[in-house]
Design a protein around this ligand. Structure first.
Ligand code: LLP
Length: 380
């Protein structure tokens, strides 16, 4: 974005590059299609309408984690039979939304939840299609707040509960198990956890087959990470490598479909948060660059110690300096990065925080009664 374009907009604002999004989606589809894999876009990463419209128009399915996300996906035009609905705590109202719309599957996280879905489906005289979200006890080796596949996490059904679950299956007349679902965590950059996941899925898949349960699809979840440090060089994640790991190690039975739920890897790099420098304040050891965006606009650094690449968009200075780049919110965690090397920075300069397209705009808050941000699209 050039300076003349930048100054037209009130900061802070989210900026989405629709051309990069299109390219990313195309590359993901190219490599998934090679193996006939299906991708559901995880709406939780970004629910901006224009982004959803583009993703829907490419034929992706949807992965939702609330009744409102299911409604949103349908409103945008995602086919109900391509909507997966996950989450450990679905309310009765939310389950009914899924039932009324005959969605592809409820990804169920506990026996208790299956009992409720069965009961509600029976009241509606429907058969609910469910996938069992199994906890594979595979370490994703990512930040502890976004690790989901360990037995200590609240997610999924543990292997020791399966015998008991199968024993109850005949009594659930309004449930059909169609799939097995897994999701071990997010921002996973090594392929080893995915390989380990495949090995565990193969065992569990066989376990069900041996007990006569017909599994139509395997859903391996999402989690593919992006390169937050080098977003320009690595602007599109390595989908070929990612899907290749599953091709090599996953052993679906004949006729079993393989599904994924990708969020971050599809949308993170197309979005950035643009902010203006309010003050340069001299500290003891460092200068603070105080921005007009804070943790209310992008909470990832405060919540997960995430570090996003930060760039001064307009400084022409040949000098560089180190800055602690912080926001205006009254919290010490409101910091985008310490000792960040930037071109010499002044009040009024525009700062780009890269790779904010996933879990950025959706996680903004009105804390401190902050204004709602503008959103700008480029290359549309
Ligand atoms: N499927 C399930 C069941 C999930 O829980 C998630 C993400 C996904 C798919 C999509 O995962 P992805 O491909 O985006 O990694 N707010 C955090 C990330 C939370 C991820 C929650 N679950 C962050 O900003 O890093």
């Amino acid at each position: 974005m050039r300076k003349e374009q930048l100054i037209q907009h009130k900061t802070p604002f989210y900026c989405y590059d629709l051309e990069l999004l299109t390219q990313t989606l195309d590359v993901a589809l190219l490599h998934a299609n090679k193996h006939s894999y299906h991708i559901h876009y995880a709406l939780k990463a970004n629910t901006n309408d224009r982004i959803l419209n583009l993703i829907q128009s490419k034929g992706f399915g949807a992965d939702c984690v609330s009744g409102n996300e299911v409604k949103k996906a349908i409103e945008i035009g995602f086919e109900p039979n391509q909507i997966a609905f996950a989450g450990v705590g679905k309310s009765d109202e939310e389950i009914l939304i899924g039932l009324e719309n005959n969605i592809f599957t409820f990804n169920c996280e506990s026996v208790e939840e299956i009992v409720v879905i069965n009961e509600l489906a029976s009241q509606k005289n429907k058969i609910a299609k469910i996938a069992l979200r199994l906890n594979p006890n595979v370490d994703a080796k990512t930040h502890k707040y976004i690790t989901t596949g360990l037995e200590e996490n609240k997610f999924g059904i543990n292997s020791w509960e399966l015998e008991n679950l199968l024993a109850q299956l005949p009594s659930w007349k309004h449930i059909k198990i169609t799939g097995l679902h897994f999701h071990i965590g997010s921002q996973i950059t090594s392929m080893t956890p995915f390989k380990n996941l495949c090995i565990r899925v193969n065992e569990l898949n066989t376990w069900f087959l041996e007990r006569g349960v017909q599994i139509e699809h395997l859903n391996l979840g999402g989690g593919l990470g992006i390169d937050y440090q080098n977003p320009t060089e690595n602007h599109i994640p390595d989908f070929e490598l990612f899907f290749g790991v599953f091709k090599q190690f996953l052993e679906p039975k004949p006729h079993q479909e393989v599904h994924f739920e990708l969020g971050r890897s599809l949308v993170a790099n197309c979005g950035s948060l643009i902010s203006k420098v309010l003050y340069i304040k001299k500290g003891i050891k460092t200068n603070f660059a105080i921005l007009d965006a804070g943790m209310t606009e992008l909470i990832r650094p405060a919540l997960y110690q995430a570090s996003h690449h930060i760039e001064n968009l307009i400084s022409n200075s040949p000098e560089t300096e180190f800055y602690d780049v912080v926001g205006p919110i009254c919290e010490s965690s409101d910091c985008f990065g310490k000792r960040i090397k930037l071109k010499e920075t002044k009040r009024g300069d525009f700062i780009k925080i890269h790779s904010a397209g996933a879990y950025g705009e959706v996680m903004t808050s009105r804390y401190n009664l902050r204004e709602q941000n503008d959103v700008v699209f480029v290359n549309g």
